[in-house]
Design a protein around this ligand. Structure first.
Ligand SMILES: [Zn+2]
Length: 130
């Protein structure tokens, strides 16, 4: 069983195939977003009242401790932790910009990149700066 956790309070963030995160629009409404548990699947579910537009930077926070999940060094990227079915912990990084499909799965041994926009952020040593 894989699970996703908040990097700060270690709350379990996933259930029933989705990762639930708190979101807040800039100067706007807040709510929850559901992201597919499968890395590379960009299915999201959100209340249409939140009305998040393509290309908009959304603020993500932990639904438990409310800590910001954005990288201090780059607010366009969001970080959560994943433990796979073998018990190995990874860092998952994804774009906070709606419609931008890029996800990084990082473990000690390797970095995997998913999504057609991932190259945009490519800096071979960026994860050393976290
Ligand atoms: Zn938390």
């Amino acid at each position: 069983m894989k699970h996703y956790n908040c990097p700060y309070c270690h709350a379990y963030l996933n259930a029933a195939g989705y990762i639930a995160l708190g979101v807040k629009k800039p100067h706007g409404n807040s709510g929850v977003i559901l992201l597919s548990e499968e890395i590379g699947d960009y299915t999201t579910k959100i209340n249409p009242k939140l009305d998040i537009h393509e290309g908009e930077l959304t603020h993500f926070h932990c639904p438990s401790c409310t800590e910001s999940l954005h990288l201090p060094s780059d607010e366009r990227l969001v970080r959560i932790l994943k433990t796979d079915s073998n018990g190995v912990e990874h860092t998952v990084i994804f774009s906070a910009i709606n419609g931008e499909r890029s996800t990084y799965l990082i473990s000690d041994e390797r970095q995997l990149t998913f999504g057609e926009h991932a190259l945009k952020f490519m800096d071979p040593e960026w994860y050393l700066k976290l």
